[in-house]
Design a binder for this molecule. Sequence first.
Ligand SMILES: Nc1ncnc2c1ncn2[C@@H]1O[C@H](COP(=O)(O)OP(=O)(O)OP(=O)(O)O)[C@@H](O)[C@H]1O
Ligand SMILES: [Mg+2]
Length: 1132
Amino acid sequence: MAKMEVKTSLLDNMIGVGDMVLLEPLNEDTVIDNLKKRFDHNEIYTYIGSVVISVNPYRSLPIYSPEKVEDYRNRNFYELSPHIFALSDEAYRSLRDQDKDQCILITGESGAGKTEASKLVMSYVAAVCGKGAEVNQVKEQLLQSNPVLEAFGNAKTVRNDNSSRFGKYMDIEFDFKGDPLGGVISNYLLEKSRVVKQPRGERNFHVFYQLLSGASEELLNKLKLERDFSRYNYLSLDSATVNGVDDAANFRTVRNAMQIVGFMDHEAESVLEVVAAVLKLGNIEFKPESRVNGLDESKIKDKNELKEICELTGIDQSVLERAFSFRTVEAKQEKVSTTLNVAQAYYARDALAKNLYSRLFSWLVNRINESIKAQTKVRKKVMGVLDIYGFEIFEDNSFEQFIINYCNEKLQQIFIELTLKEEQEEYIREDIEWTHIEYFNNAIICDLIENNTNGILAMLDEECLRPGTVTDETFLEKLNQVCATHQHFESRMSKCSRFLNDTSLPHSCFRIQHYAGKVLYQVEGFVDKNNDLLYRDLSQAMWKAGHALIKSLFPEGNPAKINLKRPPTAGSQFKASVATLMKNLQTKNPNYIRCIKPNDKKAAHIFNEGLVCHQVRYLGLLENVRVRRAGYAFRQAYEPCLERYKMLCKQTWPHWKGPARAGVEVLFNELEIPVEEYSFGRSKIFIRNPRTLFKLEDLRKQRLEDLATLIQKIYRGWKCRTHFLLMRKSQIVIAAWFRRYAQQKRYQQIKSSALVIQSYIRGWKVRSLLQAYWHQKAPTTIAAYWHGTQARRELSRLKAEARNKHAIAVIWAYWLGSKARRELKRLKEEARRKHAVAVIWAYWLGLKVRREYRKFFRANAGKKIYEFTLQRIVQKYFLEMKNKVPSLSPIDKNWPSRPYLFLDSTHKELKRIFHLWRCKKYRDQFTDQQKLIYEEKLEASELFKDKKALYPSSVGQPFQGPYLEINKNPKYKKLKDAIEEKIIIAEVVNKINRANGKSTSRIFLLTNNNLLLADQKSGQIKSEVPLVDVTKVSMSSQNDGFFAIHLKEGCEAASKGDFLFSSDHLIEMATKLYRTTLSQTKQKLNIEISDEFLVQFRQDKVCVKFIQGNQKNGSVPTCKRKNNRLLEVAVP
Ligand SMILES: Nc1ncnc2c1ncn2[C@@H]1O[C@H](COP(=O)(O)OP(=O)(O)OP(=O)(O)O)[C@@H](O)[C@H]1O
Ligand SMILES: [Mg+2]
C-alpha cells in the first residue's frame, strides 16, 4: 500500500514554539525558557526561520533512525517538527533541483555537538542521495575520512571527550543528478601545543593512546614503543583513559578507515612511525653543561632514546644531536652558530615535536583529499560543511582564543549579511515592500582585528618582524598606542585610557568587545605563537632523514632552497585562510546549525540556564530572531495556509474552488484580521506579528474541537439510530415468534383437551355397551373360565409327566450310549490286537514261506509275480467295471470311482470311450426327420451361440417351420393356390414401417426359392423376393426379435429397400433362411450380428441402432424412426 501522505505542519503538537520567530514576547528569558521547555521534552532542535538550533542532549535519542530519514525525505522544511534532517534535506534538494551550491555552517562552543551535527548531515545526505557500487564507494570514503581525522585531530578536553582540535571545512561534490563524486577537506589551525603539553584533566591527541593500546606487540616492537603510557612524557597521566572509550578498538577502526580511504599499507606504517617518533621525542631530556667561555650549554641525558628515534626515522644521530645543541643563524651570508641552553634545547625539542605532528596532520588531510577527490572534470555541485570551533571565552584567553574568536566574528558577519540578503531577496521575490532593519553590524570589530595597517594582527606581525628586543609587552604597548581610541578595544595601559581604574582589566591584558561579549586576552605568548619558530638546524636535520614521509614534511630544510625570508606568521596564515573561506562561503547558499551546550558536566537532562544564556547571547540568537522577523514574522505559501485554516470560514470550508490566494483573502477578511497585520506576496502570505498567527491557531484549535464535536454528534446520532432500528426490528421478530409460539401452545392445549373429552365420552359409551353385553354373557364366560382352568391344570400335569419321561429316556440313552461306547472301545482294541496279531502272523508266515521257498524260485520270479499280480488286478478292475457301468443316457454324468491310482488315465479313457459309444447308440436310434431337426438345431447353435442373447431361449423350442397352417385355413386358399413350391416357413411377423418404425402384421413365407410376404387378413401376396436377391440378414446381439433382410441392389424387389421385421421365432427363421439359401444357391448367407447396422430404405441409408433401457413398454422392444438417418430400437 502506498504510504499515505499526511499533511502536517510544524505548528502541530508544538512544544513551546518550534520556530522562535513566533516567540511572544521576544526577549532573552523567553528564548531560554522556550529552549528549556523543548529540551525537557527531548525536542533538541528549534528553528529561527531556516536556522536550526541544536541543544546537545548528551545521550542518544531515537531520532536518527532510517525511518526518520524517510519521514524527512522530500518534505517541506516547515512540515514536520524541527530536525537537522529537515535542514539537510532542504539543502540537498535545493542543490540537486535548483542547482544552488550549499554550505552548512555549524558553530557552537566546544562540546556543543558540532562534529556530531556535521556527521548527521553527511550521513543523511549519504542516505538520500543516489546508490550504486561506485557511488557507495565514494560515500564510504567520505564518511570514513571522519574517524581518521578524529584520531589525529581530536582529543579529550575538560569540555568534550572528543573535542576537535582543528577547524574543518569539507566540500562534498555532486554530479548533476545529485550523486556524490568526491570531496575536498580544508583544515584550520590544529592546536599543536597539545602535543607537548595538556592542561589538567585533558589528554593528548587520541592517536597516541590508540596506538599504545591497540597496536600488536609486533608493531610496538617495530616502532620501538612500549605499551605503558607512563613511559612517555608527552602523555599526561591524570586522564590517560576516557570513560566509555575503547582506544584499542578505535585503533582498529582507524586502521580500517585508513584502508577504506585508500592509504597504502606502507603509508599507514610511515604515519605511525612519525607518531612514534613524536612520542619518543618527548622522552629526550637535557642536562646543563658549563663551558669554558661561560656560555650555558646543554647535553642529552640519555642517548638511547635519541638513538631509537634516529633508527626509526633514518636520521644521522650526530646530526640530530647537534641540532638540539646548536642554533645557526644566518645573516648577510654569514653563519653564526650559538649553543642552546637547557631551556632552549627543550624549546627546540617541543617545537620539533609540534611541527612534526602538525605537518603530519596537514599531510594526512592532503592525502585524504587525494583519495576522495572527484575523478571527473565535469561541473560539480558543491555542499560545504563547516565544523569549526565556536566562540571561546576562558579565564585565561591566549593567542589561540583570539584567533578562534576572530574567525567566529567573521562567521557572524557573513551570517548577518547572508540572512539579511536572503530576507531581502525573499521580499523582492514576493513583491513585498522592504523595510529597513536595524541590527548590529560587527564589521567594526572585524576591522579592529584584521585591518591591514592598524589591525591587531598587523600590529602583531609588525612586532614579530621588528629587529631589536620584541616581547609580548612591547606588542601590548603598540596596541595601546594604535587602538586606544577604538570603541571595542579596552586596555589599562593606554594613556588616555577610560579603563585606568578598571581592576577587572589586568595590566598584561587587553579586552575586545566582541559581538558576543567582552573577552580578556593575556598577551603572554602572542609573539612566540605568532612566530611559530622552528630552528633551521632542526628542519634541515629532518630533511636529511631517510624516512621519505618526514623528509617530505620539511621541504624548507633543503639547503638548496634556502630562503632567508621569514615564513608567514601563524596569524597572517590564519587570516588568509579565513579570508579564502569567507569568499568561498559567500558564493554559496548558507544553512546554519547553531549548537548549544546545555551543561558543563557532559550530562543528559541538565539544562543550565546560565550557561545557555551565555551561549544564546554570543551566538546572537536574539539578534537573529529580530532580523528574521523585522518585517514579517511568519510566512507561508497560500496552499498550505488555506488548507490549514479553511475550516474557519464558511466560504472556504470544506472546499475552496478558486485559486488559493483568493481563498486566503476571503478567509482573512472574514476573520477580520487587521490589514496592517498581513501582506500578500506572490506565492506566500506574510504575517507581521506572531500574535496574529497564534490567534489563527487558537481559532483553528477551537474550530477543530467544534468540528470534532459535530462529527461526534453525527456519529453518535447515527449509532443510536441504527441501534434503535436494530432493536425495533429485533423486537418485531421476537414478538412474531412469541405470538406464534403462544398460539401453537394454545392450539395444542385445546386439541389435547378435545381428545381427552372425546376419549372419555367414547370410553363411557363403550363401557355402557360392554356392561349390557356382560350381563348377557356372564354364565357362559364363567363356564369357559372353569373349563379353561381345568384344561390348563391337566396340560401342566401332562407336561410334567412328559418331562419326567423324557428325562428318564435321556438318562437311559446316556447310559446306553456310554455302555455302547465302552463296548465299542473294547471291540476296537480287540480288533486292533487281532489285526496286529494277523499282521505279525502274516509277516512271520511270509518270512517262513520266503525262507522255505527261496530255494525253489529263480532270480526273475519277483517280476513274474508282480506282472501276474498286476494282470490280476486289471482283470479284476475290468470285471468290476462291467458291473458298475452307468446308464446309457448321454447326459448321465455318473462314473464309478477309480480303484487304483495307476489306472487313472485308463479310467478316464474308458469313460470317454464309453460316452462316445453311448452317444453313437443314442444317435443310431434317430429317424431321418429327427436327424434333420437336430441338424437344424446344430446349424442354429453354430450361427448364434454366444453371439445373440436370444439364442439360449430358442434351444428348447422345437423348430416347427409352418406355424400357420395355410393348407387347412380356407381364408388362405388363394394364397395356397398361388404357391406351388414347398413351404418351409409360414409365420406371422411384424413388418416395421420404414418411415415411422410402426409395425404391421404380415405372413412371412419361405419356400425353396422365394421369400414371400402376404397380408394377414386377406392372404394377398404383397412382396415376393427370390432367394438369390437376398444378400444379408442383420440383427442385434440382444434379446430381441428384430432382423433386417438386405436385398441385392437394383433387383426388382429392392425398389422400396430392405425389410425390417420382428418375430418371435427369429433364430428358427434365420437358421432356415440360411440353410435354404445354402442348399438352393450354394452360397452362405451373410448373417451380421451387431447393435448398429445400416439398412437401405429407398434412397436413404438408415442406421438401425439398438439401445438398452426404456422400460416404458414393459418387455416389448420399441422401434422409433428418429430422423432420416437413424432408427432406434429400445430393447428392455
Ligand atoms: N545529537 C546528539 N545526540 C547525542 N549526543 C550528542 C549529540 N551531539 C553531541 N552529542 C554528544 O556530545 C559530545 C560532544 O559533541 P561534539 O564532539 O560534536 O562537540 P563539538 O561541538 O564538535 O565540540 P568541539 O568543538 O570540542 O569539537 C559527543 O561526543 C556526543 O557524546
Ligand atoms: Mg568537534
